[in-house]
Design a protein around this ligand. Structure first.
Ligand SMILES: C[S@@+](CC[C@H](N)C(=O)[O-])C[C@H]1O[C@@H](n2cnc3c(N)ncnc32)[C@H](O)[C@@H]1O
Length: 441
């Protein structure tokens, strides 16, 4: 093996700004944005640059001979910075409060599982972990009690293999929507939902959800949820926030911004959304053969056989930190969940139920996991009433006690990452995240 000399190493370092632009590298690697971890990434980068410039730089030859992937290790450098320009654009189908960074999910999948193995996320949220697992050739099993999370996760898992297939399906649905929409009656739609939309837009949106539910088209349902509310023209609502549905009427009064309150057609917006989802899907040629399962159950009772899962990677709710149903109430309403308060009460969130319910969930995770295999949980500290609740440590203790030492704590990795880490509403409550790695004996 020929190692790069100092001069060659300097050339690699100088190439880094270019490497960061490599969003469509075929063999993308999560460390592409990190200080040179795997030489093969750099080699790919050089190949790409060479192709772009239509020349074969001499340094390309030099670096081909040192191609040698380095083993990954738990290192926050690997998921530092934004992944918006690098991740599969399917990860951006719809916003989700508490969403995990795809770069972190991808590293955890590669570190703790092998191709072909079953990776379970019992609290899948928007489906970031299961999608990264599928993209890395694992079998993805996912679960979340929220109907919104279920649709987003299933939507990603069931994404069509190509843009043309996705557009074809969207065109069929839109033709049906346009036939059905004029007959849609808005009388039974509550005022707080009507406030968000022009009546003709709302008719189209309601027709679309009815059709997509009948067709069980979760990919298009997730895409539609992703364009429901925002201030931008590509979205369907009157000006509103994106992550959590609040109207922005005070900032954009109708008399000053009448165009923002006009009819917004579903056709152009849904087709544009589908195109955005396939800008960089990163699906491998064997995507049609992928294996996955998705459930909408309470993680206290998983419909999964004993010792059937190779690896668990998940971000469970934090110690009483978020109101998942309240934050997603508009999307949930269109999915038929008319009482978000009841859903929030059934999720593991409030402080009163957190510990007993998480104990039950940890026992379930232990039951379904194969012996000797890891359970990796990403958990944020929560600051409330002047106290810091270190969720990872609380759950580490709980897991050991509940399983009588059958779950051992392999590591608690601290990830002090700035607030851009996740989509959050209450950025003040969670500043510190830890990765708890448990192992079943
Ligand atoms: C931190 S979020 C997961 C975010 C996810 N990793 C992502 O990247 O989008 C926690 C999830 O747990 C779900 N959840 C809370 N309590 C649950 C329970 N008892 N059973 C199943 N899911 C639950 C919530 O609906 C929420 O989606």
């Amino acid at each position: 093996m020929v190692l790069p000399c100092k001069h060659e190493q300097r050339m690699v370092r100088q190439a880094r700004p270019t490497i960061e632009l490599l969003t469509h590298l075929d063999r993308w690697h999560p460390d592409v944005n990190a200080p040179v971890h795997g030489t093969h990434t750099v080699v790919n980068a050089w190949r790409f640059v060479a192709a772009k410039r239509e020349q074969e730089p001499r340094q390309l030859q030099l670096f081909q001979v040192v191609e040698q992937p380095q083993p990954l290790r738990l290192d926050a450098q690997l998921w530092r910075g934004s992944f918006n320009g690098k991740e599969s654009t399917l990860q951006q189908l719809s916003p989700y409060v508490g969403k995990m960074k795809s770069g972190m999910a991808s590293v955890l999948v590669q570190l703790y599982s092998q191709p072909g193995e079953v990776v379970l996320d019992p609290f899948s949220g928007s489906g970031v972990v299961p999608l990264e697992a599928l993209l890395a050739g694992r079998e993805a099993w996912a679960n979340d009690l929220s109907p919104y999370a279920y649709v987003l996760t299933r939507g990603k898992m069931e994404a069509p293999a190509s843009l043309s297939e996705a557009l074809h399906r969207a065109e069929e649905v839109l033709a049906e929507v346009e036939r059905m929409a004029p007959q849609v009656d808005l009388e039974n739609v509550p005022e707080w939902v009507r406030e968000f939309f022009h009546p003709d837009t709302l008719r189209e949106v309601l027709a679309a959800f009815r059709i997509l539910q009948a067709r069980e088209d979760y990919f298009l349902m997730a895409s539609l949820l992703g364009i429901l509310h925002h201030v931008r023209p590509g979205f369907l609502s009157y000006p509103a926030s994106h992550l959590v549905p609040y109207l922005r009427k005070r900032k954009y009064p109708p008399d000053r911004f009448p165009e923002m309150y006009a009819y917004r057609d579903l056709r152009s917006r849904l087709l544009a959304k589908v195109r955005r989802a396939y800008r960089r899907p990163k699906l491998s040629p064997n995507w049609p053969q992928r294996r996955f399962r998705v459930w909408k159950r309470n993680a206290m009772h998983l419909p999964i056989a004993d010792e059937s899962v190779d690896t668990i990677i998940s971000s469970p709710p934090y110690f009483g930190a978020l109101d998942y149903a309240r934050d997603n109430r508009l999307c949930l309403w269109f999915l038929g969940c008319r009482d978000w308060k009841q859903l929030d009460a059934s999720l593991t969130a409030s402080r009163k139920v957190y510990l007993p319910q998480m104990e039950r969930c940890l026992l379930e995770m232990h039951r379904v996991l194969k012996p000797g295999r890891p359970c990796v949980l990403v958990l944020g500290d929560v600051e409330r009433d002047g106290k810091t609740h270190r969720t990872a440590e609380i759950l580490a203790r709980l897991a050991q006690e509940a399983t009588e030492g059958e779950f051992t704590v392999e590591t608690i990795y601290d990830d002090r990452i700035p607030d851009e880490r996740r989509s959050r509403r209450r950025t003040k409550t969670t500043k510190f995240e830890r990765i708890l790695v448990l192992r079943k004996q």
